[in-house]
Design a protein around this ligand. Structure first.
Ligand SMILES: Cc1cc2nc3c(=O)[nH]c(=O)nc-3n(C[C@H](O)[C@H](O)[C@H](O)COP(=O)(O)O)c2cc1C
Length: 318
């Protein structure tokens, strides 16, 4: 039975800030770290494959990826895949797992994901994309949003691709201002914003427009908001690698960054009691905290040579 659930997107300030979904980065541990540093208005999970959730073998792993912490809320579950029934099945579960919305990934450029027919491959298969969207929407009371790119290989594709998406009136649409082919190798196409804003106001003015690509921090987002007040929200991805406090106006001290790293290590210890998480993967995060202060390079090099959390603690507290 469908009922009208409170729509989280209507509760957000304007402009709102989102931490971009990033596979291998924005997991339950890192989101708690960012919540401590200064949270965005909305979190997204890393993307979860709907066919993995729908299979007996994959469900445990999918549910691990969809685990959320109290400080995550409000949070949107991001999903990807190509099987419309599996979109339905996954969406049916998300509300009871504590999510405030579901986002469909129609933009991932990873070749394995595209080969499996998901992510940016949806740009080449718009009928399937819409079927997946409609199945998702019919299977949950949660608001359904979409994250995508301008096109597959040509930037002009946005003129046909974005209207297709807007015609089904998603609650929110995040546009990463690059094509799939461009990956993240060229500057985001901010010159197209006036045209994208105009498409949205003509076709689906009620859809929240979120812009993504090369936004460094809150100050940068506010600058863009001054220029383009029509944009509802801004999504920051790699900016968080330069400054985990990027959702605030605060410049962290060395001590604050070290405390944040210690917190991340504690969360890793706690989480790895529940399931295996590689220590080598954890080490990728060290450069986020050990950065921009005298002696950072040397300390980072020492920590990168460690093989266990105990070794890391010893170096940090020596
Ligand atoms: C390591 C990494 C993992 C990513 N994983 C996802 C993902 O799971 N889902 C998604 O929609 N986008 C993913 N992205 C793309 C980001 O969400 C974002 O669109 C992109 O980084 C551009 O924003 P930025 O310039 O602020 O980083 C990923 C990007 C990076 C760098």
């Amino acid at each position: 039975m469908k009922y009208q659930k409170v729509n989280i997107w209507d509760k957000l300030p304007k402009p709102f800030l989102i931490l971009a979904p990033m596979e291998g980065v924005t997991d339950i541990m890192f989101r708690q770290v960012i919540a401590r540093a200064g949270r965005p208005d909305l979190f997204f999970t890393e993307f979860t494959n709907v066919s993995s959730y729908a299979s007996e073998k994959g469900r445990k792993n999918a549910l691990e990826r969809l685990e959320i912490a109290p400080s995550d809320s409000p949070i949107i579950a991001q999903i990807w895949g190509k099987n419309p029934e599996h979109f339905s099945e996954t969406c049916q579960a998300l509300e009871s797992l504590g999510f405030s919305g579901v986002d469909l990934n129609f933009g991932c450029p990873d070749k394995h994901v595209n080969k499996a027919g998901g992510g940016a491959a949806m740009i080449k298969n718009p009928e399937l994309a819409i079927e997946c969207f409609e199945n998702a929407q019919q299977s949950t009371n949660l608001p359904v949003s979409i994250k995508t790119r301008l096109g597959w290989s040509q930037i002009d594709e946005y003129q046909t691709w974005l209207p297709i998406l807007l015609e089904v009136h998603p609650t929110a649409l995040t546009v990463h201002l690059r094509t799939k082919k461009e990956m993240s190798k060229v500057p985001a196409h901010y010159e197209l914003l006036p045209k994208i804003i105009s498409l949205l106001s003509q076709i689906s003015p009620e859809t929240k427009l979120i812009i993504n690509g090369d936004i460094k921090d809150r100050a940068h987002a506010l600058e863009l908001h001054q220029k383009y007040p029509e944009i509802d929200g801004f999504m920051i991805g790699r900016g968080v690698f330069q400054n985990p406090y990027c959702f605030t106006d605060h410049t962290p001290s060395r001590d604050e960054l070290m405390k944040l790293l210690t917190f991340h290590l504690e969360l890793y210890e706690e989480q790895s009691q529940k399931y295996y998480i590689s220590y080598e993967t954890l080490k990728h995060f060290f450069k986020i905290y050990i950065n921009n202060f005298p002696g950072a390079k040397e300390l980072r090099a020492k920590l990168m040579e460690t093989h266990s959390i105990n070794e890391a603690h010893k170096i940090i507290h020596s």
